[in-house]
Design a protein around this ligand. Structure first.
Ligand code: SF4
Length: 278
């Protein structure tokens, strides 16, 4: 994977910064392409998650204490990569009283100070549904606030046992109510029906989400949930059309689409997309 110079450069920046990326941690199939294009999605708050989503390859366990120096290392890495648009995500930190909200805000501030021209897209967890934990991140006003709904509500108990569909919609609603451009993503191929997907799209619009991404679930290892179905590209096209019909300003849909895939282009699509009313 990725033998090119740009790939090696991203790898060097990530490892010198002692940082984590979801590209590596989640075994993303696009890593060769994205890193060769000089971009990566940095994962803050360490590399160990307190949750155990059955589709995700990020290690689960007891995380190390928050590293106070991580925000400045993230900022230095974004500066070194020279990104015009950066996507930052995190592991879930249910062990922290604020769910990592303060660290999120510090990281956005540090990136902004180091790279004032870079637009920032954040992809936090659900802060255990605590608005006060999320507030510091809302207050620093990232350019895009993403939170992935991941699967249809019927599949939450098997796919995301520690999460809640209603809670995730609520988090998205907080960001939309704060006037932020809001984004979500959905994995397909886990046993959902077309009607269920369309119902989630409607719920996302009702929560004020204006950008949506849909991609094929791939099983990271045999101990993860199996793929129930490979969704044909034409069906992704139909779902994208249905999402546009519902008023999403930007839609990315296709087998290899992930929430951070081609994020800069998707952001541009949103900026030139139809007016939002959600
Ligand atoms: S799609 Fe996102 S997670 Fe995957 S390699 Fe690209 S930037 Fe990383």
């Amino acid at each position: 994977m990725g033998g090119g110079e740009a790939f090696a450069r991203v790898q060097r920046i990530v490892s010198q910064g002692r940082l984590h990326t979801v590209c590596q941690a989640a075994s993303c199939p696009n890593r060769g392409e994205c890193w060769e294009a000089g971009t990566a999605t940095l994962m803050i708050l360490g590399g160990v998650c307190t949750r155990d989503c059955r589709f995700c390859d990020v290690p689960t366990g007891t995380p190390a204490p928050v590293d106070a120096d991580e925000p400045s290392r993230v900022a230095a890495a974004v500066a070194a990569m020279g990104l015009r648009h950066v996507v930052l995500t995190c592991v879930s930190r249910d062990d922290l009283a604020d769910g990592g909200g303060a660290a999120w805000a510090q990281t956005v501030r540090a990136v902004r100070a180091a790279c004032p021209a870079t637009t920032i897209e954040v992809l936090p967890g659900d802060f255990a549904g605590r608005y006060d934990s999320c507030r510091p991140l809302l207050e620093v006003r990232p350019d895009i606030f993403g939170h992935n709904i991941e699967v249809v509500p019927r599949l939450y108990p098997t796919c995301r046992p520690q999460a809640s569909y209603a809670r995730s919609l609520e988090v998205l609603g907080w960001a939309a109510a704060a006037g932020l451009t809001t984004k979500s993503a959905l994995m397909l191929g886990l046993g959902e029906t077309r009607a269920e997907v369309e119902s989630v799209l409607k719920d996302l619009r009702a929560a004020g989400v204006s950008i949506v991404a849909m991609g094929q679930y791939l099983q990271p290892s045999r101990s993860h949930l199996p793929v129930i179905r490979y969704v044909p590209p034409a069906e992704f096209d139909e779902l994208a059309a249905a999402a546009r019909q519902l008023g999403f300003a930007a839609v990315a849909a296709g087998p290899l689409v992930r929430s951070s895939y081609h994020a800069e282009q998707v952001k541009a699509q949103a900026q030139s997309g139809p007016p939002r009313n959600g």
